[in-house]
Design a protein around this ligand. Structure first.
Ligand code: G6P
Length: 612
C-alpha cells in the first residue's frame, strides 16, 4: 500500500519524484522520503507525515538525475523519520524503497546482525538493503544482487533499489501480489513506480512487471528477467488514460471532483460495452472467458470495501437476468474457506485498482480450482486483468480520492451489463428485453447529473448527520448494498460510526440503539419493497429515532413521514442503487468537510491495499 517511484533520466530527479509522490500519496501518508544520486554523492531526505513535511525539509540543491521516492503506510515499525524509506545498507552505498512485507524479516535480521550488520530502523525493509549489500560485496551488480535477494526474502512485495556503485541504474522487483510495478518509457528518461498515477505525467508508454520478475532500468530502457534468471521480453503498451483526469481542477478535493465526474464516467462505461442502435453488447476483453460462459453453472463474486458492495449488486443482477445461482464474498474470506469451486464456476472479481492483495489471493485459489475468471477493473493492465481469463473495464478514469465514488457506480453498471451478457450466453434474454434494459441504462447518466445538480438540497441532511456520533443505514433488496456503501462512505471520511444493515435485520439488534440522538438513513426507493420500508421507518420513529429518507421524486407519503428527505429521480428499479448512492456520497463529503476531516486522505486508510 506504500507508493514507490524511481526516476532515471536527464532531468533533475527531486522535483519529478516529489510530484510523483503527491500522485501516489493516496497509497499511504505516514511518512515520505527521497534519495538522489549525483556521481559519487547520495543525498537522502525523509520525514514522518505527509509529503508536505518532506517538501519543506528537502534541500532544494539536492541534485542528481537518478533517484527514488517513497510514501509509506506503516506495517513494521511506527511512523517516524527513522522508519521512513528509503533505507540504506551499512556502507550507505545501497538504498532501497519497498512496498509489502518481508515475511521472514525476523530471522533475516537476526542472521544479518550476527554477520555484523547494524540496523538503523525497526522496518522489515531494511533487511533488503543489507542483503543487497552482501550480494554486491560478493561481486554481483545491482540487478543481479536484487535477483538473488529476491530468492532470500519471503512474502509479497515490490522493491526499487539503487547503488552508488552503479549510478544511473535502478533495479526493481515484483514478488507476489503486494503491489504492482509499472515501468514507463519516456524520451531518454525512465520511470518505475507502484502505479500508473506516478508514471502518466511522464509517459503513457508503459510495461508492467509480473509476479517473480526483476528489472534493470536505465535512462535508455529496461531489461527484465525472472527471479530464476530467464530473460523476459517486455510487452509495452500505450495506456489510454488522460493525465488531465489526475488533476483536481476547480474542486477542493478529488472526492468531490470524482462525484461530479459520475455522469460522464457512467456514460463512458456504458457505451464502451454496449450500443443502443442496434441494441448490442460488446465485451471485447472477455478473451477465453467468453467461450466458457454458456457452461457456467454458478457464479461467485469477490471484492473488498466499496468493490464488495458493487459485487453484492452484481450478484443480484446475475441471478435476476441470467438465472444462474450467484453468491458474493470478501476476497479475504473466500481464500481461506476452502470454497466449492470447479471449472463450471465463474468467479467475478471486482477491483478498482486491480491490485488489492486479498482479491488477488482469492483469484489464485479460484485459478487453482480451474474456475473461469472475469475481473471488473478500472485500471488498464492491472494485476487482476492479467490473472483473469477476461476483463470488463469500467472506463471511469483515474480515481484519486481514497473513498471510492465514480468507480463504485461504474462497476455497478459494468456488472449490470455483464449480467445481461451472461444472460445472453445462457439464452435467457430476448433481443427486445436487452433493448429495454439498454434504453433504461441510457437514461442513467442524465439522472445522476440531476442528483448532483440538487446538491444544495442535501446540505441540511449533512448538517444534521454531522452532529451525530452514530448512524444506521437501512435498505432492502437492491437498497441493502446501497445502505452498506452509504455507511462506509460516512464512516471512512467523517469518522462517524455508521452501520449498513438489511432493513429486515433492524428488529434483531440495531433497534436497541434507536433514540433521539441516533439518526437512521432509510433508503426507500425500491418500489416493490416500499411498504416494508414504511413499516421500518414507523418502527424507528415510534422509538423516538429521527429518520432521513432517500425517496423517489413524487413520493409524497414518504416525504411527509420522514424527518428529512433526499429525493432522487425515478429510474428503473434495477438502477436505483446508482441514483441513491450519489446523494449519500455527497452527504458524507459535506459531513466530513463540516467536521474538518481530511477528505481525500482519511486517517489510517489507503486507496490500494496490498497487505493482508
Ligand atoms: C481500499 C480503498 C477502498 C476500496 C478497497 C478495495 O480499502 O480505500 O476505497 O474500495 O480498498 O479496492 P479495489 O481497488 O480492490 O477496488
Amino acid at each position: 500500500m506504500c507508493g514507490i517511484v524511481g526516476y532515471a533520466g536527464h532531468r533533475q530527479a527531486v522535483p519529478i519524484l516529489l510530484r510523483a509522490l503527491k500522485d501516489l500519496e493516496y497509497r499511504g501518508y505516514d511518512s515520505a522520503g527521497i534519495a538522489v544520486l549525483d556521481g559519487d554523492s547520495l543525498s537522502i531526505t525523509k520525514r514522518q507525515g505527509k509529503i508536505a513535511n518532506l517538501e519543506s525539509a528537502i534541500n532544494a540543491t539536492a541534485s542528481g538525475t537518478v533517484g527514488i521516492g517513497h510514501t509509506r503506510w506503516a506495517t513494521h515499525g511506527r511512523p517516524s523519520d527513522q522508519n521512513a524509506h528509503p533505507h540504506v545498507s551499512c556502507d550507505e552505498r545501497v538504498v532501497v524503497i519497498h512496498n509489502g512485507i518481508v515475511e521472514n524479516y525476523a530471522p533475516l535480521r537476526e542472521a544479518l546482525g550476527a554477520r555484523g550488520h547494524v540496523f538503523r530502523s525497526e522496518t522489515d525493509t531494511e533487511t533488503v538493503a543489507h542483503l543487497l549489500e552482501e550480494e554486491m560485496r560478493a561481486g554481483a551488480d545491482l540487478f543481479e544482487a536484487l535477483r538473488r535477494t529476491a530468492q532470500r526474502i519471503e512474502g509479497s512485495q515490490a522493491v526499487v533499489a539503487m547503488s552508488l556503485d552503479e549510478p544511473g541504474v535502478l533495479a526493481a522487483a515484483r514478488l507476489g501480489n503486494a503491489g504492482g510495478v509499472v515501468i514507463g518509457f519516456g524520451d531518454g528518461e525512465m520511470v518505475v513506480a507502484s502505479d500508473l498515477a506516478a508514471v502518466l505525467p511522464i509517459t503513457q508508454d508503459v510495461a508492467f512487471l509480473s509476479d517473480g520478475q526483476v528489472a534493470r532500468v536505465t535512462p535508455k530502457g529496461a531489461e527484465v528477467r525472472t527471479v530464476s534468471g530467464e530473460p523476459v521480453p517486455l510487452q509495452r503498451k500505450r495506456v489510454p488514460i488522460d493525465p488531465v483526469t489526475a488533476l483536481k481542477g476547480q474542486y477542493p478535493h478529488f472526492m468531490l471532483k470524482e462525484i461530479h465526474e459520475q455522469p460522464e464516467a457512467l456514460a463512458d462505461t456504458i457505451w464502451s460495452l454496449a450500443t443502443l442502435e442496434p441494441p448490442a453488447l460488446y465485451f471485447d476483453d472477455l478473451g477465453p472467458a467468453a467461450d466458457r460462459l454458456p457452461d457456467v453453472d454458478r457464479v461467485i463474486l469477490i471484492g473488498m470495501g466499496t468493490s464488495l458492495h458493487a459485487a453484492m449488486l452484481g450478484q443480484r443482477y446475475i441471478e435476476a437476468f441470467a438465472r444462474v445461482p450467484a453468491s458474493v464474498d470478501n476476497g479475504s474470506e473466500f481464500r481461506y474457506r476452502d470454497p466449492v469451486v470447479d471449472e463450471r464456476t465463474l468467479v467475478v472479481s471486482v477491483s478498482q485498482s486491480g491490485e488489492t492483495v486479498d482479491v488477488l489471493e482469492a483469484m489464485a485459489v479460484a485459478r487453482a480450482a480451474g474456475a473461469v475468471q472475469v475481473t471488473v477493473c478500472n485500471t488498464e493492465g492491472a494485476q487482476t486483468t492479467r490473472v483473469a481469463d477476461g476483463t470488463v473495464y469500467t472506463r471511469a478514469g483515474l480515481e484519486r480520492g481514497v473513498a471510492s465514488t465514480k468507480c463504485f457506480s461504474s462497476a455497478v453498471v459494468a456488472l449490470y451489463l455483464f449480467a445481461l451478457r451472461l444472460a445472453q450466453a445462457k439464452g435467457r434474454i430476448s433481443q427486445s428485453e436487452l433493448a429495454a434494459h439498454l434504453g433504461e441504462l441510457a437514461q442513467l447518466p442524465r439522472a445522476v447529473a440531476d442528483v448532483i445538480a440538487n446538491r444544495e438540497r442535501y446540505r441540511r441532511v449533512a448538517a444534521r448527520l454531522a452532529q451525530a456520533q452514530h448512524a444506521l443505514f437501512l435498505g432492502r433488496g437492491l437498497a441493502h448494498p446501497v445502505a452498506m456503501e452509504g455507511a462506509l462512505k460516512l464512516k471512512e471520511i467523517s469518522y462517524i460510526h455508521a452501520e449498513g444493515y438489511a432493513a429486515g435485520e433492524m428488529k434483531h439488534g440495531p433497534i436497541a440503539l434507536i433514540e433521539p440522538a441516533f439518526p437512521t438513513v432509510a433508503i426507500a426507493t425500491q418500489h416493490a419493497l416500499r411498504a416494508k420500508m414504511v413499516s421500518n421507518i414507523e418502527q424507528i420513529q415510534a422509538r423516538g429515532g429521527p429518520v432521513i429518507g432517500v425517496v423517489s421524486e413524487g413520493d409524497e407519503e414518504l416525504t411527509a413521514l420522514c424527518d428529512e428527505v433526499i429525493t432522487v429521480p425515478r429510474v428503473s428499479s434495477w438502477l436505483e442503487p446508482v441514483v441513491s448512492v450519489v446523494p449519500l456520497q455527497l452527504v458524507a463529503y459535506d459531513v466530513a468537510v463540516h467536521r474538518g476531516c481530511d477528505v481525500d486522505q482519511p486517517r489510517n486508510l489507503a486507496k490500494t491495499v496490498t497487505v493482508e
